[in-house]
Design a protein around this ligand. Structure first.
Ligand SMILES: Nc1ncnc2c1ncn2[C@@H]1O[C@H](COP(=O)(O)OP(=O)(O)OP(=O)(O)O)[C@@H](O)[C@H]1O
Length: 629
């Protein structure tokens, strides 16, 4: 990943406006019933948990002690309250049991609903992110931001889940606890309540400072984790190269540096937490101690200092219980802040990805190609690889500062014709073919299929009409049959076998221990290059499109297999338009037209015989490959 790519991606992330609000708007709205039920149950559970200390305090003064204080509870009508101390005792007991039972049931309800809500949102975030990824322009993947992308699907989705599940519910708990406790304490004894709650502004200020200080550190940490993932993935993906070039220590060194970045950025977050968490605990503890000292002194000696009035034992007990209750949720603030910060950075990345502009997608007025014949036309096509993340989404005529890879290329292939592209490596042959599939769009000129500009037709119908066998054959981990079926998912076993036969692949498949059910391993590592290529050809045969692009389709096979494949390719190409890219000129001698490309330009064109007769670039390439014979 270059510095430019990184900053472009960072810029998109930084532009995400209020990411957590957006998370609720885009994903929470359709699930709001679950969220509302969870929040309501949480509210009720927390409120119920405040009941026992109040009942206990009241009972101590009205039932157990001198019995001079009347039995009264906030929000409970006087008519409901029994008159005898014994009945009041049982009334208190039932209230306490009822409160605990309500709290337990509601805790269960909000636990289940919060889980359901959070995991359902995450499921949607993960699948949307992956679908978006698949829609992104090829250039995004060319820039190899794989680690960053994997981090979005793994770490970021996890962070958001923790936020939606824990942080959201704990914030409500905190609000109810602190708000409810403050309300009860003030109604019981405002003076002692002030002593208990005097630390709250300190807690808020300290938390605000922490949130501001930790935010950039979190972002740095997440970037470091993403780079680390990319490094690991590159190292493992290229393990064969690492071994054959003896570069284990070099790769390990790079991973060590990357891991050290993760370590340092993590420690810089933790260093702040080390200060914050004990600080919060200390402030909360101070509140408890102050309440105990002032309240205890008040009971023992009388109202201390400027305070005045009475304090009953029951009220003191309620205060002590309540103070303990708000210490726990307040100490949670640090976790909530952590989780919110984490989630904000993660949501920025999720929506940063969602906001990456996609240039290659169906236009609103795109039409589906119906039953195309396969006429391919390139008219004055130019192309340069440019970075879509950096570009503003406009169709820049020249691709910005990027060097042109194709310049003014034109050719026609009538239905059923074969056009071949030859030329030195890096001449732009593969790029030319990719434009037909709209893996990229030309920066100037147009590519047409059956007279329709490929940008004006639906991607689905276009890619259905064009079969592509590329230089790097990719197989998915799965069976051989599954891999062939990428050509047509509903194909019967018989059709799969026929396709394999046509691609000269049936024989080696039948020799495998489990035939078509043999697993090919990740990226098809358990097969040879030639075998992989034949499976890719079988896919194309099964696909049976009117246009076929063969990019060095026979490069990884021995001469004998090549001849066999060539026979089947010739059969395959007979009744469809075929664009062939080949280094071995012997495979294209029968093409209707051969284009010789050099540095993105067509330098010669004609049939094999024409080109030989001309005695130019093609003729000398031919002589070189046939050893002058
Ligand atoms: N994804 C990409 N991003 C940026 N530049 C690219 C990309 N793919 C190819 N190029 C560049 O475009 C030019 C043409 O590449 P292309 O693969 O089309 O050539 P080719 O003629 O098919 O080569 P070969 O015969 O080696 O396959 C090369 O200079 C290459 O470096």
């Amino acid at each position: 990943m270059t510095a430019d790519d990184e900053s472009a991606f960072d810029r998109l992330r930084a532009e995400v406006d209020r990411p957590l609000t957006r998370l609720f708007r885009e994903y929470g709205a359709s699930r709001k019933r679950w969220l509302a039920l969870g929040l309501a149950a949480n509210l009720l559970a927390q409120t119920a948990s405040l009941v026992p200390p109040v009942v206990l305090g009241t009972a101590i003064d009205a039932v157990f002690g001198s019995q001079t204080t009347p039995y009264a509870l906030p929000l409970v009508p006087a008519a409901w309250i029994p008159t005898t101390p014994e009945a009041q005792f049982w009334f208190s007991a039932w209230l306490i049991v009822g409160a605990f039972a309500t709290a337990a049931v509601c805790t269960w309800v909000y636990g289940v609903t919060a889980n359901f809500f959070a995991h359902d949102v995450m499921h949607a975030v993960r699948t949307d992110s992956f679908e978006k990824l698949l829609r992104l322009d090829m250039q995004f993947f060319d820039d190899k931001q794989t680690g960053e992308v994997m981090a979005i699907l793994n770490n970021d989705a996890g962070n958001l889940e923790v936020f939606l599940d824990n942080a959201l519910m704990n914030s409500l708990r905190l609000l109810v606890m602190v708000g409810g406790i403050a309300f009860i304490l003030f109604s019981l004894n405002p003076q002692l309540a002030l002593v208990t709650l005097v630390v709250v502004p300190g807690l808020v200020g300290f938390t605000l400072w922490f949130m501001r200080a930790v935010a950039p550190r979190y972002r740095a940490r997440q970037s470091a984790v993403a780079s680390f993932n990319t490094r690991i993935e590159n190292g493992i993906g290229g393990v064969e190269l690492v071994k054959t070039t003896n570069s284990e220590s070099f790769e390990s060194g790079r991973v060590r540096d990357s891991s050290a970045d993760v370590y340092e950025t993590t420690m810089s977050v933790l260093k702040l937490s080390y200060l914050y968490r004990p600080g919060m605990e200390l402030l909360a503890g101070l509140s408890f101690a102050a309440t105990f000292v002032v309240g205890g002194y008040w009971l023992l000696v009388g109202a201390p200092g400027p305070l005045a009035g009475e304090l009953s034992v029951g009220t003191f007990v309620t205060f002590i219980f309540m103070t303990q209750r708000f210490v726990a949720p307040l100490a949670e603030v640090s976790n909530i802040v952590d989780q919110v910060q984490n989630a904000r950075a993660s949501a920025e990345r999720v929506f940063g990805l969602a906001d990456i502009p996609v240039h290659i997608e169906d236009r609103p007025d795109a039409v589906a190609l119906s039953d195309p014949e396969g006429r391919v036309e390139y008219e004055s096509v130019s192309f340069a690889y440019s970075d879509p993340v950096l570009s503003d989404g406009g169709d820049s005529a020249d691709g910005g500062d990027d060097p042109p890879v194709l310049e003014d290329v034109s050719f026609d292939a009538a239905p059923g014709e074969t056009v071949a592209f030859v030329g030195p490596t890096g001449a732009g042959k593969s790029t030319l073919a990719k434009l037909l599939l709209r893996l990229y769009d030309p920066t100037a000129g147009s590519v047409r299929l059956d007279g329709e500009d490929v940008r004006a037709v639906t991607l689905d119908s276009l890619r259905n009409a064009v079969g592509y066998v590329s230089q790097d054959t990719h197989l998915f981990d799965g069976t051989i049959a599954e891999n062939v079926r990428y050509g047509r998912f509903d194909a019967s076993d018989e059709a799969v076998r026929e396709a394999a036969e046509a691609a000269e692949a049936h024989e080696f498949i039948a020799d495998m221990p489990e035939g078509y059910e043999t697993r090919v391993g990740e990226r098809g590592v358990k097969l040879s290059g030639g075998q992989r290529q034949r499976i890719a050809l079988a896919r194309a045969v099964l696909h049976d499109p009117p246009v076929l692009v063969l990019d060095e389709a026979t490069s990884a096979v021995d001469t004998e297999t090549e001849r066999a494949i060539q026979r089947s390719l010739d059969r395959l190409a007979e009744d469809r338009t075929t664009l062939v890219i080949a280094h071995r000129l012997s495979t294209v001698v029968d093409a209707d037209e051969i284009l010789v490309l050099e540095d993105g330009r067509v330098v010669e064109r004609g049939t094999h015989d024409d080109l030989l007769a001309r005695g130019g670039r093609y003729a000398s390439l031919w002589r070189a490959q046939t050893n002058g014979r």
